[in-house]
Design a protein around this ligand. Structure first.
Ligand code: PLP
Length: 388
C-alpha cells in the first residue's frame, strides 16, 4: 500500500515528462566532460572560475588530509572543529569583512539553519518569488507569517513590508545575489536602504555571486556597494565558483554566536571534513589572487550575449555566468538538450518544478575555462537546432 503511493507519483511524473535522471560523469575536465565514453563540451557546471580541477587545490586536499585528517570525527561543538575549520573561518571573515563565520556541509543546510534559527515564531518572512528550494523549505516550516514578493521587485516588497517592527514581530527579507535559474540580480543597494528605513533584516544567499563578482571575488553585495554590516546574515557556498563543496554563514559576532548556540543543523551534524577545509582555503587564495579568471569569465559572458542576440536565441536578460535559453515547453527543452548532446554539447534542460510552469529552459553556465570557440560552437549548434 505504501509503495503503491510512491509508484503512483513516479508514474505521474514520468507521464508529465518531468522524470529526472542523473548521468555518471567518468571524467570532468572543466570545459569537457565524459559520459558513457563520449566527450562533450560542457555548459552545465557551476565551476564558474574553472577551479574544480585545479592542481593546487587537489594538492591542498591531499596535504590537508594528511595534516588535519580526512573526517572531522564529530559535530563542531564536540570533536569536529579542528585547526583547519578555525583557519578557514578566519580567512573568510578577513576576506569579506564580516565579524564571524560558521561552516556547514552544504548551502542547503546553511540556508535552512539561517532561516530556522534567526526567524522567531512571530516574525514575518519575506522571500523573493524565485528563491532557492532550501529557502522556501525553511520558510514553509516557519510558524509565523511568510510571503513571497514578485521577483526582484522593490515596489512589491515595499508594499508588503511593514513600516516598522513591533515588539514581537520583526521582518526578515531574504533574497539572492544572483538567481540560480534566471541569472539576474536584485538592486541590493535599494533593498538594503528599504530594509534600513523599515528596520527589517536583510538576509542574502550569494551562492552564485561569491568568487565571481566584486573586487577579489567578495560577491554580489560587494560589487553593488554594500558593506558587511548592511547584511544581517550572509550565506554562500564552496561548491560553485570555489570548485569544492560545503558552505558558510557570515554575520556579526552576536548573530553567529546565536546560531552556534541555537542552530540545530549546526549543532547536530558532523562538521565538514578538515581536508576539504584545506582545499577551500587554497581555492580562496586563488580566487582572491586570480583576477584574470573573473576577467576571462566576463569576456565569455559578453561573447555569449553578443552571439546569442545576433542569432536571435531567446535568452533572459542576464549579465551573469548563468544564461537561460527559454523554450517554455518541457518536452521541447528535453528534445533540444538531446539534439545538442548528439552534436557533442552537454547542456541540461531545466524543467518545472525547478522553474515555474511553462518556463522550461536550457540553463547555460559559462566558465573561465571556456574558450571563445566553444561559445561560438554552442551558439551555431543551437541556432541550427532552434531554426529547423
Ligand atoms: C541559490 C542557491 N542557494 C543554495 C544552494 C544550495 O547549495 P549547496 O549545493 O551547497 O547545497 C544552491 C545550489 O544549488 C543555490 O543555487
Amino acid at each position: 500500500m505504501y509503495l503503491s503511493r510512491l509508484q503512483h507519483a513516479l508514474v505521474a511524473r514520468q507521464h508529465a515528462g518531468l522524470f529526472r535522471q542523473s548521468h555518471t560523469i567518468t571524467q570532468y575536465q572543466g570545459r569537457h566532460i565524459t559520459v558513457n565514453d563520449r566527450r562533450y563540451l560542457n555548459f552545465s557546471a557551476n565551476d564558474y572560475l574553472g577551479l574544480a580541477q585545479d592542481p593546487m587545490i587537489q594538492m591542498a586536499l591531499a596535504e590537508g588530509a594528511q595534516r588535519f585528517g580526512v573526517g572531522s570525527t564529530g559535530s563542531p561543538l564536540v570533536t569536529g572543529y579542528h585547526d583547519a575549520h578555525q583557519r578557514l573561518s578566519e580567512q573568510i571573515a578577513d576576506w569579506l569583512g564580516f565579524e564571524r563565520v560558521l561552516l556547514f556541509s552544504s548551502g542547503f543546510a546553511a540556508n535552512l539553519t539561517m532561516l530556522q534559527t534567526l526567524a522567531a515564531d512571530n516574525d514575518f518572512l519575506l522571500l523573493d518569488k524565485l528563491s532557492h528550494a532550501s529557502l522556501i523549505d525553511a520558510a514553509r516550516q516557519h510558524k509565523g507569517r511568510f510571503k513571497r514578493f514578485t521577483h526582484n521587485d522593490l515596489a512589491a516588497l515595499a508594499r508588503l513590508l511593514p513600516e516598522l517592527p513591533t515588539d514581537d514581530c520583526h521582518s526578515l527579507v531574504v533574497t539572492e545575489g544572483v538567481f540560480s535559474m534566471d541569472g539576474d540580480s536584485p538592486d541590493l543597494l535599494g533593498m538594503s536602504a528599504l530594509c534600513q528605513a523599515r528596520q527589517a533584516a536583510l538576509l542574502l544567499d550569494d551562492a552564485h555571486g561569491l568568487g565571481v563578482l566584486g573586487e577579489q571575488g567578495r560577491g554580489s553585495w560587494f560589487a553593488q556597494g554594500l558593506a558587511a554590516p548592511d547584511i544581517y546574515c550572509y550565506m554562500a557556498n564552496f561548491g560553485k565558483a570555489l570548485g569544492v563543496g560545503g558552505a558558510f554563514l557570515a554575520a556579526s559576532k552576536t548573530v553567529i554566536e546565536y546560531i552556534e548556540q541555537f542552530g540545530r543543523h549546526y549543532i547536530y551534524s558532523t562538521a565538514l571534513s578538515p581536508a576539504l577545509c584545506a582545499a577551500v582555503s587554497k581555492s580562496i587564495e586563488l580566487v582572491k589572487r586570480d583576477q584574470w579568471r573573473r576577467d576571462k569569465l566576463a569576456d565569455n559572458i559578453g561573447h555569449f550575449s553578443r552571439l546569442a542576440t545576433a542569432a536571435g536565441i531567446p535568452c533572459l536578460t542576464s549579465t551573469s555566468a548563468i544564461q537561460a535559453v527559454m523554450l517554455g515547453d518541457s518536452d521541447r527543452a528535453m528534445a533540444v538538450s538531446q539534439r545538442l548532446r548528439d552534436e557533442g554539447i552537454w547542456l541540461t534542460a531545466i524543467r518545472p518544478p525547478t522553474v515555474p510552469p511553462d518556463s522550461a529552459r536550457l540553463r547555460v553556465t559559462l566558465s573561465a575555462s571556456h574558450e571563445p570557440q566553444d561559445i561560438k560552437n554552442l551558439i551555431n549548434t543551437l541556432e541550427q537546432i532552434l531554426l529547423c
